[in-house]
Design a protein around this ligand. Structure first.
Ligand code: GTP
Ligand code: MG
Ligand code: ZN
Length: 308
């Protein structure tokens, strides 16, 4: 326990969380000094990217006293809990690879999560050095038609195509395990990564598959956030309407349904379903949406306390 006098003598500083180890956070202060912080009390509510107020308790130690208001936040989730991926980012880069093959469901889910969170997303197909890349790239044409930017890169041999999309932004790398997120970060920021290896070793965290979110600065106003690979996004907090609005190609049709509360499942006079019949909305995306809504309803039936 610290006495009141000791606490009063401790310095309070502003900083930004640059790594979220779960129980501990790495906070970068204005003078670029990095301090390992605990979160005061039992709450673990700070996220990578958060602006925080830190009470310094030692040369390289502190405790997070306050978490600033967030511009946006993205969650990763499994069946049991939600964890934060990062907060206050400018865009998300959904990183895919032909081997292991990316999942279309994952791509669609991450795009919905980003749209609903107000985070612009681009799609990047990694491992362009692999022979399977060309076909995988063709498979992404439906997303390009919706209006998403799709680029190709090889984290191993040629990460350059990513560079113009990173400039003066904080980009969040999102993707399933093995897509090459860490390799991409490595290709962009060699030296820093070596340092993080040391930090993870000292915290007993493995260095292979990524287990925490970590922000790397490329220059003064450009940074990239590596995140742990995961399979799904928590969309339980969204309403059905928000999910439909998170499908950009649905938007022009949403006002045209016969019923005001149309969920676009099988209602008569549904403008979204009609658009799919004409081929203006892809059948695969409509079907993804409909399955998502059905799962959403099942979950909400189990949890009537959630809003729908
Ligand atoms: N051929 C080839 N292999 C790559 C490329 N990028 C990454 N890899 C390999 O793919 C594997 C997974 O890469 P990681 O960077 O660890 O993948 P990750 O997305 O960070 O995975 P998690 O941390 O588990 O989420 C490694 O063996 C990489 O060397 C690439 O451009 N070409
Ligand atoms: Mg990784
Ligand atoms: Zn409808």
């Amino acid at each position: 326990m610290t006495t009141r006098r000791e606490r009063e003598q401790q310095v309070v500083a502003e900083g930004r969380v640059v790594a979220d180890f779960g129980r501990e956070f790495l906070v970068e202060l204005a003078d670029r000094r990095q301090v390992v912080c605990t979160r005061k009390g039992k709450r673990q509510d700070a996220a990578c990217g958060d602006f925080v107020e830190v009470r310094l308790t030692g040369a390289a130690q502190g405790s997070i006293e306050r978490v600033g208001t967030r511009r946006n936040i993205l969650y990763r989730s499994d069946q049991w809990r939600e964890k934060t991926l990062a907060a206050n980012v400018d865009q998300a880069i959904i990183l895919l690879s032909p081997r292991p093959a990316y999942s279309e469901a994952f791509l669609n889910l991450s795009l919905v999560a980003c749209e609903a969170g107000g985070i612009p997303a681009i799609v990047a197909l990694n491992k362009s050095d692999l022979p399977e890349h060309a076909e995988a790239r063709k498979g992404l044409e439906p997303w390009e038609r919706i209006g998403y930017t799709v680029i190709s890169l090889s984290a191993k041999f040629d990460p350059a195509p990513l560079l113009p999309h990173l400039e003066r932004k904080i980009s969040l790398l999102v993707g399933q395990s093995g897509m090459g997120k860490s390799r991409t970060v490595n290709a962009l920021v060699m030296n820093e990564v070596a340092r993080v290896g040391e930090i993870s070793a000292s915290l007993g965290v493995g260095t292979h598959t990524t287990t925490f979110s970590r922000m790397y600065r490329l220059d003064r106003d450009t940074a990239i956030v590596d995140t742990p690979g995961f399979q799904s996004f928590g969309l339980f907090h969204l309403t059905e309407r928000q999910i439909a609005e998170a499908m950009p190609e649905f938007r022009p049709h949403l006002g045209g349904c016969k019923f005001n509360d149309c969920a676009h499942l099988s209602e008569p006079g549904c403008a979204v379903i009609e658009a799919a019949t004409r081929g203006d909305v892809s059948a695969a995306r409509l079907s993804f949406y409909q399955v998502l809504i059905e799962q959403h309803r099942e979950l909400h039936d189990q949890h009537p306390e959630w809003t729908r």
